[in-house]
Write a protein that binds this ligand. Structure first.
Ligand code: PNS
Length: 165
């Protein structure tokens, strides 16, 4: 990778990856050369999928795309971003309700490291209501989620919730 390469980190829980996340990654690739999708390792947060499963589902969804890298991280996001020589942290913005917590996190990240910029991208209208948690809830009760997640995620969701479609 040369010095001109602009790397962005797209951090999150990705439990699991949704089409909304994919939309944000594609938008980020219009601006940055490489996007590192970084899955947070958080032992305090209960997740449906293991870290390995979450990383694998993202890898399968971007199979062969060399400008999307998938990794996991623990500790402070800004430290991880610095280690990866990233210039920006990407966060998706769906609605006003996302703003307050995102604003607080971005300001804290800036206080911790002034050199990494937070970049907020608006998700496509189609995905404005999607989130990993609402998709999990719908799947749990047999709702159809097939148009909201990539194929690799749907397969794994069907293993957990055979009644979903
Ligand atoms: O998908 P999520 O759960 O909304 O992602 C939240 C995430 C991973 C971006 C955030 O929890 C995070 O960055 N955690 C790492 C610890 C950290 O650096 N926190 C922010 C400043 S204290």
């Amino acid at each position: 990778m040369n010095h001109e390469t602009k790397i962005a980190i797209y951090p999150g829980s990705f439990d699991p990856l949704t089409n909304g996340h994919i939309d944000i990654i594609e938008r980020a690739l219009d601006i940055f050369d490489t996007v590192i999708v970084a899955v947070l390792h958080n032992p305090n947060k209960k997740s449906l999928f293991t870290m390995e499963e979450r990383v694998e589902m993202i890898n399968q969804s971007f199979n062969g795309q060399d400008n999307v890298l998938v990794d996991s991280f623990g500790g402070l996001l800004v430290d991880y971003a610095k280690m990866k020589k990233a210039v920006a942290i990407i966060r998706g913005m769906r609605a006003l309700s996302d703003f307050e917590s995102e604003f607080q996190m971005a300001l804290m990240n800036r206080k911790l490291n002034k050199e990494v910029q937070s970049v907020f991208l608006m998700t496509g209208f189609r995905w404005i209501f999607t989130s990993s948690s609402i998709i999990k809830e719908a799947a749990q009760f047999g709702g159809e989620i097939s148009d909201m997640v990539p194929e690799a995620v749907l397969v794994k969701m069907l293993e957990k919730y055979p009644n979903t479609k």
